[in-house]
Design a protein around this ligand. Structure first.
Ligand code: BG6
Length: 606
């Protein structure tokens, strides 16, 4: 996720663009840039690092002349955070500059075509193909050039474009990435969200997918993919800047829970081609995999629990033994790891000290390493032999949600990819279809639990909560319990349901509510008997299960639901009602949800 801004008016553009980018830094902050037009030429200033560096570089924008411009603050997905990869990107002839938020899924083939046509690429980004397409299609009519260009793109994009042939104008295009027009007096704006606009104007026009806008100092034209002008209503924004950063949600954590369908889609969709899983960033061969005798997954916190959930799919589809090791333990275990081990390292930040240390230990013992990280160019990404990025966008809340679900989604895709490479799965199409269904299933899990708020009111004063489950449900119970602890400060414990009778059931009474995860039909009867066991000792039971699971519905006191889904890929769906439950319990307890006490988003020290 990145932030884009555009301005055209009578004021100098650069300072306004920089101010707007500062308001969008929460959307991405590893590099930034502005392009400003003056006397039919475009000057581009960009740099690695935070907006503050770009301000230093341009005298807070005062060194850059021109009243028309675009700006960008980046969260890297394709290409490390460097000055070359920062936006805006210029066409070879210097007439066009663009900024982009989103992912162009077919950029590789477009890059090959444009390179063959003689276009020179300056960056590793997916975005750069767009500006060369515009140059290729421009014949004096920007609308026509933009329509032809976007007809070639697949993926998501919010675009900002300026052209030296069209002085005083800025162009905006929206497809599956938010883009809003700010309606000013003698000036007009666009931005990724209202945060960058409300200090100038509260009159905005929300672009819809497939809509284009042409803005000048005193006119706004919006048209569709056929070039037909469309009337758009002006909306008055009542949010303050703070609320706008959270997209109107009270906390970043809730915003990021709700973003999960989009984050998982952004992570999966570009990697499904012709009915197969395809990792362009992996150059592993059959022989590489055949030499692997075991997979070890190592991480910390929720990333570790993501590994616990992903391991079932890896073992079921690849038939390779998978061990899960806490990084803070693995590094001191004198681990039995050698050149026949594939070490999968999971980390949202890519900077967690224990995980880095464990990774170095295993590399020294000959393991090949595959990192699953969210931050492009992070330490773990650089250390790994292979790196797969989760395209979740920046995660601001300390307690991870979309980071976790996109990590598990990558593990699911890896299991299908490896299984195909090893020739184990006859027909992977059902698995690929199941992967493509996940974003919708996650959305359903969000929508089908209006009871989560009243349930939070009911359970928020519990002295302790027990999360129980078996197999894939147990792995999700681990993350569900951690979410509850992290943000609501309630003591919560995840327990393998089959283990209750070996000790913990001594704790169960009417004061210890039990949250039972019952989303794996193969072991449903067993978990049902555990529910009966704890109920007979007075516990109230909140069950998480399918709507048509009548046996569970008849014994549980309260219910949360997920849509029907194969348990091998269910963790990314099952965890959502538990994230929401933890969120609303924390809200009831008046906790600092985005910044829980004693916790850090990334623990870069031991
Ligand atoms: C903790 C975070 O500090 O570190 C967790 O609060 C996270 O959300 C854990 O799962 C591991 O961090 P990372 O960046 O390596 O995934």
């Amino acid at each position: 996720m990145c932030g884009i801004v555009g301005f055209t008016g009578v004021q100098q553009a650069a300072p306004i663009l920089l101010e707007g980018l500062k308001k969008l830094e929460y959307r991405g902050y590893d590099s930034a840039g502005i392009a400003v037009m003056s006397d039919r030429s475009i000057s581009v200033n960009k740099c690695k690092g935070r907006i503050a560096r770009l301000c230093e570089k341009t005298g807070d924008g005062t060194d850059v002349k021109g009243t028309t411009g675009i700006g960008h603050t980046r969260w890297a997905t394709h290409g490390a955070p460097t000055e070359e990869n920062a936006h805006p990107h210029l066409s070879n002839d210097g007439r066009f500059a663009i900024v982009h938020n989103g992912i162009i899924e077919n950029y590789l083939s477009l890059r090959e075509e444009l390179t063959a046509d003689g276009y020179r690429f300056e960056s590793e980004t997916d975005t750069e193909v767009i500006v060369h397409l515009i140059e290729m299609y421009y014949r004096g009519d920007m609308r026509d050039a933009l329509i032809r260009t976007t007809n070639r793109l697949s993926g998501s994009y919010a675009l900002g474009v300026i052209c030296t042939e069209e002085p005083g104008k800025i162009y905006a295009v929206r497809e599956a990435s938010p883009l809003i027009i700010g309606v000013g007096a003698g000036e007009n704006y666009f931005a990724s969200d209202v945060t960058a606009l409300v200090s100038h104007t509260r009159n905005v026009i929300y672009l819809e997918d497939g809509e284009f806008a042409e803005l000048s100092t005193d006119s706004i034209g919006v048209f569709d993919v056929l070039g037909h002008e469309i009337n758009k209503k002006i909306t008055r924004v009542m949010w303050d800047v703070q609320a706008a950063e959270k997209g109107g949600y009270e906390h970043f954590m809730l915003k990021e829970i709700i973003e999960q369908p989009a984050a998982v889609k952004a992570t999966i969709a570009p990697r499904i081609r012709d009915g197969k899983v395809f990792f362009e960033e992996l150059d592993m061969s059959y022989d590489d995999l055949r030499d692997i005798r075991k997979i070890v997954i190592t991480a910390c916190g929720s990333a570790y629990y993501a590994g616990c959930s992903g391991r079932y799919a890896l073992e079921r589809l690849c038939r390779i033994p998978v061990e899960i090791e806490l990084a803070s333990e693995l590094r001191y275990n004198n681990p039995l790891i050698d050149e026949h081990t594939l070490l999968i390292v999971i980390s949202q930040s890519g900077e967690t000290a224990d995980t880095i240390a464990a990774m170095r230990e295993c590399k020294a013992r000959g393991a090949s390493t595959l990192a699953i990280v969210n931050v492009v160019g992070s330490t773990i990404a650089k250390l790994a032999d292979h790196t797969i990025y989760t395209w979740a966008g920046p995660e601001i809340a300390v307690a991870t949600t979309k980071g976790y679900t996109t990590q598990v989604a990558v593990l699911y895709m890896l299991s299908v990819y490896f299984s195909d490479l090893l020739g184990i799965t006859e027909d992977e199409k059902p698995y690929v279809r199941a992967l493509q269904e996940l974003p919708r299933a996650i959305q359903q899990a969000i929508d089908m639990n209006p009871s989560v708020r009243p349930l939070a009111k009911k359970y928020h004063r519990s002295s302790a909560l027990f999360f129980i489950g078996r197999n894939t449900d147990y792995a999700v119970a681990l993350e569900g319990a951690l979410k509850m602890k992290e943000i609501s400060y309630l003591h919560a414990e995840a327990y393998a349901a089959g283990e209750l009778k070996h000790g913990t059931i001594a704790l169960i009474d009417e004061h210890q509510p039990v949250i039972a995860l019952c989303c794996n039909p193969a072991i449903m009867e067993k978990t049902l008997s555990n529910i009966v066991e704890v109920k007979s000792r007075g516990a109230e039971v909140l069950a998480l299960t399918f709507r048509n699971n009548h046996k569970i519905l008849s014994v549980a006191d309260d219910l949360l639901f997920i849509p029907d889904i194969d348990p091998v890929f269910s963790a990314v769906v099952e965890i959502v009602p538990l994230q929401l439950l933890a969120y609303y319990v924390a809200k009831e307890n008046g906790c600092d949800i985005d910044k829980p006490k004693n916790l850090a988003k990334s623990v870069t020290v031991e």
